[in-house]
Ligand binder design. Structure first.
Ligand code: C5P
Length: 408
């Protein structure tokens, strides 16, 4: 039930807008109140009068309407709800959301909100599968936006495929799940390492690698969304700290290890960082000078601590479940099986990081989950989907229901 919940429904311009009227009815039947924002194009498909009649509230559409602004500013509109639902969400609105535009009331409200957002896309199959839309969806998912659908089927444009907006009943169920989320990892403490490390040679130079931190950050987010108390220990990345996690920013492997050990007693450790294997044996205190005619300086390296192996050491403080990554360019699975044993961790997620896979810095990842009981090959997925699947596996490991089971 949705008793007392306040939903702000944003209706964009698509033929599926007619289903939004049914959605309002379903939500109100379940006890929610619904207030609508309709885009200019949305109003061509469904009249504000119908939205108003069904929601029994006024409908907002104009950024610069004096009455709208004096009665309720767009900031307040965006915050005065428990959840924002965009149904239907067009390719154009998704692009505007991903780009952070605020060029009409709907986009402004979505940019200004601090509330969860659920998006139900509806568009032509080619528009949905276009690389630009896929990239926007991945960006939005990484920012924590929730998606439902689109479903596959016959479309108004006489094509067939994914693009149909989910049915009002399905959207209402998803809203109920979001507003009373299952927290199967509540009370579990996790540390996740992410990003590269940066090993100083002197005050201006360093050794590092191309890790973007996208996969590690997505895992921290996914565990936190299931109720875990997550410390994200991140090397230098250009990503924002995901909501709901405690982020510790470090540079070197030594700092990363210290931050992990300082995180206290843990149930789960996920080492997704691309830790530099070596650091400079001697860090110069001043910039090493280039001397005309002199030979280049020799750089002596020394190994970094192995954070994954350290956390995996048997003992009373060992996290119950330690998960490592194996980034390989050849003999992926065989190396990962060997690495799991050598490092002493419980699971390894093996991923191919050959340059042609685009894994490093890219949005997608093809992984194999290596555990004591065997190897599972996962399909190529967005990094946030890999994170959700892994989080589900973690829930199952601790004996709880997965997302799919909880939804049944
Ligand atoms: O040995 P290799 O670098 O291939 O192992 C990869 C796994 O070990 C990853 O999970 C990575 O986060 C972790 N690792 C670590 N500390 C290191 C090297 C790797 O935690 N010094």
């Amino acid at each position: 039930m949705l008793n007392g919940k306040r939903i702000l429904l944003i209706v964009a311009g698509g033929i599926a807008a007619f289903k939004s009227l049914e959605l309002i009815r379903r939500l109100r039947e379940r006890g929610a109140s619904v207030r609508c924002v309709v885009t200019e194009n949305g109003a061509r498909f469904v009249t504000p009068l119908s939205l108003q009649a069904l929601s029994e509230d006024r409908v907002y559409s104009d950024m610069f309407s004096l009455t709208d602004e004096s009665e309720m500013g767009h900031i307040q509109l965006s915050r005065d709800a428990d959840l924002l639902v965009v149904a239907p969400a067009t390719a154009n609105l998704l692009a505007r959301m991903a780009g952070g535009l605020a060029d009409d009331l709907a986009a402004t409200v979505l940019l200004a909100t601090d509330k969860p957002v659920l998006v139900a896309p509806a568009m032509n199959v080619r528009m949905w599968t276009h690389a630009a839309t896929m990239a926007n969806v991945e960006t939005l998912k990484r920012r924590g936006i929730h998606f439902i659908g689109p479903n596959e089927g016959a479309m108004a444009c006489n094509e067939h495929g994914p693009g149909r907006m989910s049915e009002p009943e399905e959207i209402a169920d998803a809203i109920e799940r979001l507003l009373s989320p299952a927290q199967p990892l509540a009370g579990r403490r996790a540390v996740v390492t992410s990003g590269p490390t940066r090993e100083a040679i002197d005050p201006v130079r360093y050794i590092s690698n191309h890790s973007s931190g996208k996969q590690g950050h997505a895992i921290a987010s996914a565990l936190a969304a299931l109720g875990a108390e997550v410390t994200l220990v991140s090397g230098p990345v250009s990503l924002a700290d995901p909501p709901g996690v405690r982020a510790v920013h470090v540079e070197s492997a030594d700092q990363m290890l210290a931050a992990c050990l300082a995180a206290g007693t843990l149930d789960i450790a996920v080492c997704a960082a691309a830790v530099a294997d070596w650091k400079a044996a001697h860090q110069a205190n001043a910039k090493i000078k280039k001397k005309p005619g002199a030979a280049p300086p020799a750089l002596e390296l020394t190994p970094n601590p192995d954070i994954l192996a350290t956390l995996s050491k048997p003992g009373p403080n060992r996290p119950t479940l330690v998960i490592g990554f194996a980034a390989e360019t050849e003999d992926l699975v065989a190396n990962a099986i060997e690495k799991r044993k050598r490092k002493g961790c419980d699971w390894i997620l093996a991923n191919d990081v050959s340059p042609e896979t685009g894994t490093f810095g890219g949005e997608r990842n093809t992984v194999h989950l290596v555990t004591a009981s065997g190897v599972e090959d996962w399909p190529t997925l967005g990094k946030s989907e890999v994170a959700l699947r892994l989080a589900d596996r973690v829930v199952r490991f601790f004996g709880g229901p997965t997302r799919a089971e909880a939804a049944e």
